[in-house]
Write a protein that binds this ligand. Structure first.
Ligand SMILES: [Zn+2]
Length: 160
């Protein structure tokens, strides 16, 4: 069970990618059978420098401060969570379906912003409301969608 409210307090705002990071991290930890108290037994690496890193830090306890998280900047939304002794590693990648959903949201927002530029004040306010609702509905979706629709998990290494 992820403490999303705690995450958004830590992160400073409510957003899809911090939520995504938390979900990826929760799945990786479950796959390895570790908890936040095992933060010095594990090491995290994520491919993109964005809000997801905060979700990963919040859930795993692997932080910039304690030196067990890195951003590989591969440009890929993939979390690697490995045991420091090299025994096991979980790879959690955001699914194609989820990436499509995030991209569709971006397109919708871009279209609405374009419309907003040429609309009157009343319509602009209405558009702001639509954008806000769309954003929050996306955050809710990332929180609640079943694991299999959001990401794929692969575990490698020897059995525990
Ligand atoms: Zn964010």
């Amino acid at each position: 069970m992820i403490d999303f409210d705690g995450l958004y307090r830590f992160h400073g705002h409510r957003c899809p990618m911090s939520t995504m990071g938390a979900r990826l991290a929760g799945a990786a930890m479950e796959a390895l059978g570790v908890g936040k108290g095992d933060q010095f037994l594990i090491r995290a690496e994520y491919g993109i420098k964005n809000c997801a890193l905060d979700g990963i830090q919040f859930v795993t306890g692997c932080t910039l401060g304690n030196g067990n998280i890195a951003c590989s900047e591969t440009g890929k939304p993939i979390l690697l969570l490995g045991m420091r002794d090299g025994s096991r590693r979980a790879e959690v990648r955001v699914s194609a379906g989820a990436l499509a959903r995030l991209a569709a949201h971006k397109d919708t927002k871009a279209g609405l912003l374009k419309e907003r530029e040429v609309s009157g004040l009343a319509r602009a306010k209405e558009i702001d409301g639509i954008i806000e609702r769309d954003f929050l509905s996306l955050v809710g979706w990332v929180q609640d969608v079943p694991d299999g629709e959001l990401f794929e998990v692969t575990v490698s290494g020897r059995e525990r």
